[in-house]
Structure formats: C-alpha cells, structure tokens
Design a protein around this ligand. Sequence first.
Ligand code: MTE
Ligand code: HPA
Ligand code: MOS
Length: 794
Amino acid sequence: MTRSPDQPGPLGAPGPHESAARHVTGLARYVDDLPEPRGLLHGYVVGSPHAHARIVRAEPGDALAAPGCAAVLFARDVPGENQVGAVVHDEPLLAEGEVHAEGQVIALVLADSWDAARRAASRLDLAFDPLPALLDLPEAIARGSFLTGPHVMARGDVEAALAAADLVLEGEVESGGQDHFYLETHATLAVPEEGGTLTLQSSTQHPSEVQAKVAEVLGIARHRVVVEVPRLGGGFGGKETQAATFACLAALGARRTGRPVKVWLNRDQDMVLTGRRHPFLTRYRAGFDRDGRLLGLDARVYADGGWASDLSRAICDRALFHLDNAYHVPTLRFEGRVVRTHHASNTAFRGFGGPQGMLVIETVIERAAARLGLDPLDVRHRNLYGDPPRDVTPYGQEVGRLPLGRMLEELAASSGYARRRSAIDDWNRGSVVSKRGIAFQPVKFGISFTATFLNQAGALVLVYADGSVQLNHGGTEMGQGLHTKMLAVCAHEIGVPVSAIRAMTTSTGKVPNTSATAASSGSDLNGQAVKEACAGIRERMRGVAAGLLGLDAEDAAALRFEDGRVHLPGRPGVEVPFARVASAAWLQQVSLAQAGFYRTPGLHYDAAAGRGHPFYYFACGCAVTEVEVSGLTGETRVLRADLLHDVGASLAPGIDLGQVEGAFVQGLGWLTTEELVWDRDGRLLTHSPSTYKIPAIGDVPRDFRVTLLPRSAQEGTIHGSKAVGEPPFMLAISVVSAIRHAVAAFGPAGVDVPLRIPCTPEAVLRAIESVRAAPHAVEADSAVLQPQAGARAG
Ligand code: MTE
Ligand code: HPA
Ligand code: MOS
C-alpha cells in the first residue's frame, strides 16, 4: 500500500496529523469558519467591570435603538435553570443580584454583526454598588473563605518521623495561574431547528455536558439538543467546562429570537472572562535523613478556585495525588482545600493540579539536596518508588513496576549528566556575569479520571456497501491527534487503509453520554470503544467473506483483514477485496454498523478515607535540562533539554513526539514567562499577548532531544499504548531546578534559593540578589538542621 506523505500513518507508524495539511493551508474549519446561516445574529458577551459588586440596575437602556441590535438578554430571560455549574450548582449563566468576579457574565447583546453588538452593548443601562473583594490567596485562607472542606491523605506517624529526622525543612511553595491561550477563542453557533430542537456547533472538549447544560438552561430534554464539535483550535482544559457558558448563551439567544446565533469571544474577553490554571499555595514541613532520604512530609495545599466551584475539587484532589510525584513518602499527612476568591473561576489546565502538586516535592528535594551538600539527582534517585514496601502511594495504590529507575539511568547516561554537571560547576567558577545550571527530573502521572464513573467512552462505526467507513467516537479533536490515532486503530481493526476511513465530526447524536476529552485519556478510552465497534463488524463480515471464498469454519476463523482485503495466510490467492465483502454483506442483509463501549476496569477511590485505586496505570517521563542565567538581567535560556518519555507502544509516534515537545514548552511557559497581573481592584491587566507572554519559538530549547521509551508496551491498554497529553508538561519543572542550580552559583554553597514562580527575569534577578547577599553560613529561620547533622551540612 503506498501512502502519500500527507496521509496519516497506520498503527504505530510515523505520519502526520490527519488534518496537518488542512491546518497549514487554512482549509481546516473551526466553529467561526463554518458557513453562516441566513438570519444569523452575533452575540456580544457583557461581563462585570467589578470583581465584587451588587447589581443595582441591569436594563437594556437604549441598546435596542443601536443600529442592527435585535435583542438584549439578562438572567430573567432564562426559561429553564439559570445555572451552568459543572459539578456544584453555584455558577449562574447570567448574574443575578451580585457579581463575584471581573468578567462574570451579566448580559448577551444580539445584533447583525459582532461590531454592532459591541457598540450596542456600550448603551446598556448597568449600575453597580462595588463591594470589597477578596483577591489574595493567603488572605482568603486566613479569612476562612473556602469552596470545599479538607481532603486528607495520611500514613504513619509523620510527627515522629520529623522529630527523628536529621534535616527538617519548613516553608511555602507558591505557583501562579496560566492562561490557556488556545489559538481559537471560545465559540458556539446555535441553530434553532424544527419542533423546538436545536443544533449547536461548539468549541468544547465536552459536547455531552454542553448538551446537558443547554437542555437545563432552556428547560427541555436532552434529546432535543444536538452538539457537534468540528475541531478545536486548542483546549488544554480551558474548554472542558467553560465552553458551556458560551454555548448556553448562544442557545438562549437562538431560543429567544428564533434565529441562529453565534457567540464568540475576542482574545481580551476570552482572557478576562474565562478561568485559568489554579494558583496554589502549599505550606509544608519535611524531614530527611543525612543521606537525603525523605522520612516524612506534612503538606497543606490550597488552590485558588476563584469565585465558583467548577472542577476545583477534582483539581485540588489531583494535586494531592501528585504530591509524591515519583517518590516514596514513608510517613505523611496531606490536606487539600479549595479557596474562594473574587477572581474568574479557575478550571482544568493540562496536568489538572498535578503540576502544582509535583512542584512542591521537587522544591523540597532541591532544598534538602542543597542543605545536605548532595547532588539533587542522587537525592531523587534514592527516593524513587521501588520494591515493596516502598511501592505504595499515599492513597494506598501500589505503583506496580515503574520504568523510572531504568529511565533515570538511561537518560543520565545518554545526556552526560554527571560530566556536564561538573563541567558546569567549573564554568561557573570562571564566569562572573552568567551562570549555568543543570537538573534531572522524573515524572509519574496517574492516568484515569479520578471521578471513577467518568472513565467510559463510546464509538459508532459505519461501513458502507462500497467498503468505505465512517468513524464516530465520543472524543473531540483539539490538535492532540486523537482522530489520527482513532483512524489508525479503526484501520488496523477492520483491515482497511486509513484513506478508506473518514473521522466524523464529534456529535452527541452519534455517541451519547460521553465524558470530556480530558485527563489525557481520550485515546485510551475511545480507542477501546472504537476497537470493540470495529471487531463487531469484522466478525459479521468474516462469515460473509468465508461464504464468498467457500471456506469452512476453521479457515474462516483464520481469515485476516488487512490492507483492504480479506485473505487466508499461507494460501495465496484465497482472498477477496474488503469492498466486495461489504457489498455482499449488504446484499445478504448483514448489518454493517456497530456501536462500541468501554469502561476502565478496577478503579475505585474513597475520598473520605483518602484511599483507593484511582488510576489504571502511571505514565512516566524524565528530563535533563540545562539553562544559562544572566546575572545582569535575570534572563534565562534553555540551552539543552533531553526528554525521555514513556508512551508505551505508541499508536502514532509523530503525534506523541509533538505532544511531548508541546507539553514541555507549555510547562516552560507556566514556570518562566507567563505572569498574570491584576490591579488592586481585581481587574486583569495582562489580558492580551502584549502584556502576557506565552513562550515563543525563541524560548524552545536550543538543543531539544526527545526520545520515546522503547520496549514499553503497557498491559491492558489499546495496543499497549499510554496516555501522553498531560504527563510531559511536568518535565518542565526541570527548568526551574536548573535555574535554581544556576542561581545558587551566584552565592555561597548550601544557600537556599528563594526563587519565585514564574521565574521571570525580575524573579530570577531578585533571587540572584538574595543569594549574593547571603552570609556564608546557612540561615536558620526556615530550615532546622538537627544537631547530629549540623556540622556536616552547615
Ligand atoms: N494538544 C493540543 N495540540 N491541543 C490541546 O488542546 N490538550 C491537552 C493535551 N494535548 C491539548 C493537547 C490536554 S489538557 C489533554 S487532557 C489532552 O491533550 C486531551 O486529549 P487526549 O486525552 O486525547 O490526549
Ligand atoms: N482530569 C481531567 N479532567 C477531569 C478530571 C480529571 O481527573 N476529572 C474531571 N474532569
Ligand atoms: Mo486536560 S486539563 O484534562 O483537558
């Protein structure tokens, strides 16, 4: 079978994304590119100008007199439930009485064009009585402003472990928010159809939830609403729940006016109105022995949820599930709580709390290594999960046989870590202005939705009588290559070339009750459902093919479906084209359509006990990263990054490499360049790319070496593959560790590097100033080195 270079590959073969050519030629259609139906109205979303205020008046004013304006909608216009909260019902679609964050939606203005709607919006009659706003995370904690009660995991006697430790560290780790900055902002087109039904084209990761919320807001049953997703121009978690708001607004507009309505946000609106990655604050105490073995960790974790719950509870849970990262923590007490502030409601973002949790233990390990005069790699190595009893997570799940030890050794060797580290230390002694740093970092990430019931997926495969195939599955394509992988699975399973299969627009009318495409599990879950659907059709076609070839049952069972033909191995000439079998099946009245379903087996978690088996398996990776830091400007450059990542037996290695690279660079952005700034009244100042700096091509490591771990097929997954979307994001924590190594070189040995996240040039410069000013002995305020080890590490 020959394949043109722009065709996606068969299972496990290198090849491009199934839409690559359309992405780069502009032929790929996103919601806002779809042909506009006759009579279309454009919706302008009006958000609160205040972080916290009482709404004194919300009236159309003379907006309706503005050119082209057709309608203005407020909370009172919602026929059903004015509610879009994904888990907790604490998020009105349109504000009533009070607003709790800048950008909280108050009104929708509908007009003939987006510009006309925006102009009309400036003529609304809105009046507010501003109220005090809680904007600072520590202050909100101190005031007891919480969205959830504590979630606790505990093991052993952590107080006794700390009391017996050679080194006790105490401190805080803070991490900041992050805007998703998908290239496509939120968009939905809602078209009213016959008999009170509605079809939506939405840029959502979660079409079934959009369907459910639209039905609730309109007060109709779900079967009247079809949600379709052509593709997303990136989601990164930002369209898991929050697309529902804009879809519901479009649906409401369509219902009230009887006309099609498109709701679209410009970049500034998208950045202000929608939530981001959760900022976290963690207060910890950690105990180590003199060899750097972690003995106990007590951590109180706070996530800034913003004004409404959204997915914050699950995100804070995932932070707790990843406080251990790749390390065995013998005694522990972890407590997580979501804090309520008057910021936009924060939401899912690649890693889903995992990065914020891991950053804590990585920071703790770095500090311990510095204080004990050890190479952080050795401390990390020493603490890796190992054989029983060092193989049980804080929540009681055995980690199984992780490849981390082997990966650490392979990557340390292939990257020349030890040699480069000592060369860097030499270089630093001779360099006054700039310093370099290098760091190793492992990642272990739990795969599965932690809300167990969400681990399910469906598919619907249709074979036509000419042998061509339509593939439907419940997942959404957001650039991550899910369709490319599902095409490969389908092609393999029914034995036709990828070019004979069409991946259909995701639709709630084809696969019902789906989960979000999230938690990196899109291909794991949908892949199994696709496989099941295909197998059903294949087995019916087997009988038809055996009839055409005149085979007995034994030979029929040996028939192979490959490359568009059905053949008997070892019997040349005993074969028939797939298309002929399909048309024969049709003539013989054999069904050529099949739904598939999958649920992940064996998962459970008891949040009250803090114990269970929430993850099907773990995805692992390692990084060795080298940076150079300027002592004059605080600017950082990643000189080289070597990543070794475990994707199991890859379904599509080109896609997986892209995911690893992209995730690392996105993580690097979170940790180094992306800084959110609000004014003192809680208004976001960094709401456009002129003030909010996502990483650009110049921030990509100069020397970037990404390898997929060979010989690593995972048991019990689709063709031995592993989830890849989120785990490599956290490999970027190695950048922070490398910066810390470089900054430390500006001061005396053993000094704590107080590095603020994100490591912007300003933050790095401040850290350099602080280590330069450090006395040659270690400060005793935040770290206690107990007497027996004092002489050694002091
Ligand atoms: N890659 C691209 N190009 N665009 C995206 O929006 N989202 C990430 C990741 N990779 C994303 C991406 C996130 S947050 C998740 S959970 C997974 O893709 C979701 O897709 P999957 O489950 O199919 O891997
Ligand atoms: N990960 C990502 N998204 C989710 C999860 C999760 O564990 N739970 C609910 N949505
Ligand atoms: Mo990803 S944060 O689970 O959409």
